[in-house]
Design a protein around this ligand. Structure first.
Ligand code: MN3
Length: 201
């Protein structure tokens, strides 16, 4: 079974009022994410060791292996974007549900402190990559950042509850070079905290 581009969980224009234009989603989902899926399927087709494996298995078995870097990058980016589309919401973007709010206050000291830490990770990721809210193995919420196609599943930093894409293709049409503004807007108006809470288990 070849990997497939999942449909967006909302219309391409749904995030316009929240700072992400239709063209951004058209290109980001329809071109960039599709390109990762197409490339990954090409690698699987040529490598028997990858056939029949889940996306998660492919990420684990290619992580940290120089000769498998292109496989890892594309598998990682497929996984990251599947999460990214779900990590935004046109209806509930920025709305903090009670149970997640309590946990964030407990582990970060407050919502403002969490957002500052997340923004620092997102802005501090040099070049392309991702910022994450993860549930670490010690049961605490943490912020993490990864370069390029990597993610907390590969690094073992925890279960990814939210992931914010900080590749330039994610924000250049809407925010030009202003990554800090994109991330602030993402946390305040786009982030699907209900999805994050549901993933805490
Ligand atoms: Mn992207």
């Amino acid at each position: 079974m070849a990997f497939e581009l999942p449909p967006l969980p909302y219309a391409k224009a749904a995030l316009v009022p929240h700072g992400m234009c239709e063209e951004t989603l058209e290109l980001h989902h329809g071109k960039h994410h599709q390109a990762y899926v197409t490339a990954l399927n090409g690698f699987v087709e040529k490598n028997a060791a990858l056939q029949g494996k889940s996306l998660e298995d492919i990420i684990h078995l290619s992580h940290g292996k120089a000769d498998m870097a292109p496989v890892f990058n594309n598998a990682g980016q497929h996984w990251n974007h599947i999460l990214f589309w779900q990590a935004m919401s046109p209806q509930d973007g920025g709305k903090m549900p009670a149970r997640l709010e309590r946990k964030i206050v407990e582990d970060f000291g407050g919502i403002a402190q969490f957002k500052e830490a997340f923004k620092a990770a997102a802005v501090g990721q040099f070049g392309s990559g991702w910022a994450w809210l993860v549930l670490a193995s010690d049961g605490k919420l943490k912020v993490a950042k990864t370069p390029n196609g990597s993610n907390p599943l590969a690094t073992g930093e925890g279960k990814a509850l939210l992931g914010c894409d900080v590749w330039e293709h994610s924000y250049y049409l809407d925010f030009r070079n202003r990554r800090p503004d994109y991330v602030q807007n993402w946390l305040d108006k786009l982030a699907n905290y209900g999805f994050a809470e549901a993933q805490m288990g």
